[in-house]
Design a binder for this molecule. Structure first.
Ligand code: HSE
Length: 346
């Protein structure tokens, strides 16, 4: 049995769901992948840190994971005061899972420092944190390759729905010339709820309660989150590094209840559409904007917190993937799927 020691940096909805998933899938990981996953450390910004090289008790941790970690019971060799950067470089840590809140602008900190430090220390990294991957994927990928470690980020685009894995593996051998999709669950949920008569504010607060929204929801409603995901897709699919300022971007904040109803009356639906295409000269054009789609468009049928993406390929035409794009358990699944890919590579 191979044991992987994990450090979790950030313990929000996704981190808590991941701990629950580790408990639920323990026997499965052992039987299918000969893998024993040991959570050796957890770090939060304001609720404390825990580190134990023998592994933390997942049930006891789940019980306190929404509150102060000081309520976690004492155990032998438990440390409660390590800073994230010294926790993640400990010898018993094999994999760092970075889940601090996403920052798209500027430097994507503190996640960027966590990921750089982990890679520099020869740790495998798995993240659902979109900021560092959008901002610095070529650098991080090169650093991971240099250290011979795994960099998994499936959860950064469409949560647990394997959008990146489909482009990287499922469509291997095809050339993808364009992508078009609904990449933000919060805004899709808000637009769907507004169609059923809810106010924008009610719908946003429900999206927050469901764990869909970013810590700062202006990232969702201004289209920044969808643009970040488009940048990640462009890195993976086209090998192009786009800046946020190279993406024509408009969010949903200017859409009124009257706009939503006017579209409905004409048999159409507003959707926040992210799209990117590679031009014959190799340039990538990309935009995020609300569009009125006819109901015959498959993307018009994707409601609530769901996401969808259509890949335009040379050999099999258009391929569309629809699935959950946000939420704790769905995104935690993406982390698990990366962990399984890592286990298969080891
Ligand atoms: N805030 C994001 C969304 C979370 O609503 O899609 C998943 O990336």
């Amino acid at each position: 049995m191979r044991t992987l020691g994990i450090a979790l940096i950030g313990l929000g909805a996704v981190g808590r769901a991941f701990i629950a998933l580790l408990q639920a899938r323990r026997a499965y990981l052992a039987a299918q992948y000969n893998l024993d996953v040991k959570l050796v450390g957890v770090a939060t910004a304001r609720r404390g840190t825990l580190f134990c090289p023998e592994g933390l008790d997942l049930a006891a941790l789940s019980a306190v994971a929404s509150a102060e970690l000081s309520a976690y019971p004492d155990q032998a060799r438990l440390l409660r005061t390590l800073e994230p950067l010294s926790l993640l470089t400990r010898p018993s840590v094999d994999v760092v899972i970075e889940l601090t809140p996403t920052v798209y602008a500027r430097d994507a900190e503190p996640a960027m420092s966590h990921i750089r430090a982990a890679l520099a220390a020869g740790k495998h990294v798995i993240t659902a944190n979109k900021g560092p991957i959008a901002l610095a994927y070529p650098e991080l990928r090169a650093q991971a390759a240099h250290r011979g470690v795994f960099l998994g980020f499936e959860g950064t685009v469409m949560g647990g729905t394997p959008a990146l894995r489909m482009a990287r593996q499922g469509l291997a051998g095809c050339q993808i010339s364009a992508v078009r999709g609904i990449l933000n669950g919060t805004t899709n949920f808000i637009l769907s709820e507004m169609e059923s008569g809810k106010s924008y504010a009610e719908a946003l607060s429900e999206a927050q309660a469901r764990g869909y929204a970013e810590a700062d929801p202006s990232n969702d409603v201004e289209g920044i989150d969808a643009a970040g995901k488009l940048i990640i897709l462009a890195h993976v699919i086209f090998g192009k590094a786009l800046g946020l300022d190279e993406i024509g971007r408009e969010g949903i904040t200017r859409l009124s209840q009257a706009d939503i109803q006017a579209a409905q009356a004409s048999g159409e639906r507003w959707k926040l559409i992210a799209q990117a295409a590679i031009q014959p000269d190799g340039q990538v054009s990309a935009s995020v904007k609300p569009m009125r789609l006819p109901l015959s468009d498959p993307l018009a049928q994707v409601g609530g917190g769901m996401n969808a993406i259509t890949y335009q390929t040379d050999l099999i035409g258009a391929v569309t993937l629809i699935g959950a794009g946000a939420g704790g358990t769905a995104t935690a699944y993406a982390l698990l799927s990366d962990l399984i890919e890592l286990a298969e590579q080891l």
